[in-house]
Write a protein that binds this ligand. Sequence first.
Ligand SMILES: [Zn+2]
Length: 233
Amino acid sequence: MLNAIPALNDNYIWLYSRDNLSVIVIDIPEISPILSFFEQNPYKITALLLTHNHNDHVAGVAEFKQHFPDVPIIGSSECAYLGLNHEINEGEIVVDDYKIQVIPTGGHTANHVSFVVDGHLFSGDCLFSAGCGRVFTGDYAQMFDSLQRLNALPDNTLVCAGHEYTLSNLAFAETVVSEKSAVQNQRVWVEQLRKQGLSSMPTKLGLEKTINPFLNADNLAEFIRLRQAKDRF
Ligand SMILES: [Zn+2]
């Protein structure tokens, strides 16, 4: 199961399980969508993974603990104040039947992390479909390096980002990429999905390489120029 549960305005709470195993939850902007989902679908939860410390990704942690006190919470050092069971900034952690790869992806925040589970990339606010996160408490060089790290994952990796920003990202991408047809085709496809209330993700990393200008920035200077142009877009 792979499920993007909408939360707040444009956040997603991602749920993933292999076969009929228990479910991994990624980020928790608020508790109510999770409670209603697990009331209707009484699966066991394996772990809660946190990508970074912004409120729209962790505001539901305290209530989550009350409802699911035995579920381990995993995140980087910047989320330690939330009372993690496992603090990890890089490497691999095994929980139940899942091997979870933790990739340092700072830039949006200094210790943002992304998670790879069974070929699914949970990229929080680092990599979006057709875009990337703003640089807040990290810096541009860190963000550039983080995107390069994600870019090195296999093309069939499924990208599952923390926000539904795809249409506005595609509108920006269309103004800066030289080969526009892939971006335009994706816009038509995503418009159809969004009209039906469906998520634009997951997308394949191989596709992102054709529509995401931030993954294709050749050097730091070009990345900074793109990121600042998007901030003003
Ligand atoms: Zn954020």
